[in-house]
Ligand binder design. Structure first.
Ligand code: APR
Ligand code: ZN
Length: 250
């Protein structure tokens, strides 16, 4: 592992415009299961696609049941050493952007600044009314769900509420995708942490970065489809590798 840490530090050292691209593997050490490792708890809750949510009350009930059951896991999670290592890279003036697929808000809580953070799939901190756009803290809705409300409605207009996260079949926030694409085209290193790199268009970001000539480093517990084209692959835990690589910069 020490050779891998040294090799990662060697890529980090000259870089001043790092695009950090993270997935669920960034937060498993914070107690949040990822999506595709064996025995994932998320399998218990079938995915509700965006169009189903819009047209079918039963689908909305399934959506909110899944959200009610998974919210406590997200709400009690704390940033882990890998999140703090990314915030330290930013403090050292080395981060161009942190592009995350995660909705848990842990990068922000670890100190990654809002102007660097790009949440491609939104986050679970609020719900939004699809009719009048009113936003409500997700915590307030959890109390309703636990009290037995199956499909919460907007207090202001009675419209449909939805988490401020991107559902399958729902377009990614255009502004986030534009910012992430620009970062991919201008970064001088792309550091992928904890993603299986199988969900698009998010996974296009590291591909774009590599295509424009940025070195690609992947820290992931298991192989990914980009391993063959990466400059460095470290199959190990983010919480072990990232803090050690940042510390090795001194
Ligand atoms: N350190 C490093 N890698 C890890 C760790 C860890 N501690 N724990 C898990 N991993 C790796 C797993 O081996 C896996 O390859 O992280 C990867 C997580 O992959 P996924 O579970 O597919 O998560 P992600 O890539 O973020 O999924 C993308 O899919 O379901 C949608 O919207 C959801 O944002 C998510 C998207
Ligand atoms: Zn409303």
């Amino acid at each position: 592992m020490d050779d891998a840490i040294r090799a990662l530090a060697a890529l980090l050292r000259p870089a001043t415009r790092i695009l950090v691209f993270t997935g669920a593997g960034m937060s498993t050490e914070s107690g949040i299961p990822d999506f595709r490792s064996p025995g994932g708890v998320w399998d218990r809750y079938p995915i509700v696609y965006f169009d189903e949510f819009l047209r079918d009350e039963e689908a909305r009930k399934r959506y909110w049941l899944r959200s009610r059951e998974t919210y406590p896991v997200l709400a009690r999670a704390e940033p882990n050493p890998a999140h703090y290592a990314i915030a330290e890279l930013e403090r050292r003036g080395k981060v161009l952007a942190v592009v995350t697929q995660n909705i848990d808000g842990l990068h922000a809580r670890a100190g990654t600044s809002p102007d660097k953070l790009i949440e491609l799939h939104g986050n679970n901190l609020h719900v939004v009314c699809l009719d009048c756009n009113a936003r409500t803290p997700r915590e307030a809705i959890q109390a309703e769900l636990v009290a037995g409300v199956e499909v919460p409605r907007c207090a202001r207009c009675g419209g449909l509420l939805k988490n401020t996260t991107v559902s399958f079949g729902e377009p990614l926030p255009a502004e986030a995708l534009q910012r992430a694409t620009l970062a991919a085209l201008t970064c001088d290193l792309c550091l992928v942490i904890g993603s299986s790199l199988v969900v698009y268009p998010a996974a296009d970001i590291p591909v774009l970065a590599a295509q424009q000539g940025a070195p690609l480093a992947i820290v992931n517990a298991t192989p990914t489809p980009l391993d063959a084209t990466a400059d460095l692959v470290v199959h190990a835990r983010a919480g072990a590798v990232l803090p050690a690589a940042v510390a090795a910069l001194d």
